[in-house]
Design a protein around this ligand. Sequence first.
Ligand SMILES: CC(C)(COP(=O)(O)OP(=O)(O)OC[C@H]1O[C@@H](n2cnc3c(N)ncnc32)[C@H](O)[C@@H]1OP(=O)(O)O)[C@@H](O)C(=O)NCCC(=O)NCCS
Length: 160
Amino acid sequence: MAEQKSGLVPRTPAESATEMLELVLPNDTNNLDNLLGGRLMHWIDMAAAAAARRHARRIAVTAAMDSLGFLHPVHRGEQVVLKASVNRAFGTSMEVGVKVFSEDTATGELFHTASAYLTFVAIGDDGRPKPVPPIKPESDDEKRRYAAAGERRAKRLARG
Ligand SMILES: CC(C)(COP(=O)(O)OP(=O)(O)OC[C@H]1O[C@@H](n2cnc3c(N)ncnc32)[C@H](O)[C@@H]1OP(=O)(O)O)[C@@H](O)C(=O)NCCC(=O)NCCS
């Protein structure tokens, strides 16, 4: 799935990569003292929005979030690290991947808790979608994510 010709200078995923840290407070938890799924979805949306906005250098709105699985519970008092990066930019839309970790603050070890792919659309002052710069993947991981993002977009468009 080829990018549209925007004439904008390509940017690397590293230029907009965003790391967000949240502390799980009592108000973020359910009756089992575990992080609420809805709260985590909000944090994922915020981390992804920051990466999309940094890449587009304009406001970007959430158009879609792909399926989200919760791999294990996160407990009250733990820290949550969210790593967001733009996998690929198309015409006016971008796919942002967010990987969520809970952090063992005693050891610094990170446990993979959830992953999500979101589509953001850059919006101009007139409220309409605006072209975004292409992504220029550099590392092997960035190239793999770039290729996979193209396949996921094709499936999304086919689903309608
Ligand atoms: C996202 C939105 C701006 C798209 O507007 P639109 O009039 O459909 O614009 P277009 O048809 O020109 O599509 C613009 C881009 O969005 C993409 N897009 C639109 N709906 C999409 C969806 N459901 N999933 C993935 N991509 C989507 C299109 O593929 C296109 O991408 P491209 O330019 O890279 O090819 C519009 O639907 C909107 O404002 N939605 C609400 C966003 C919002 O408020 N989010 C917060 C949560 S409620």
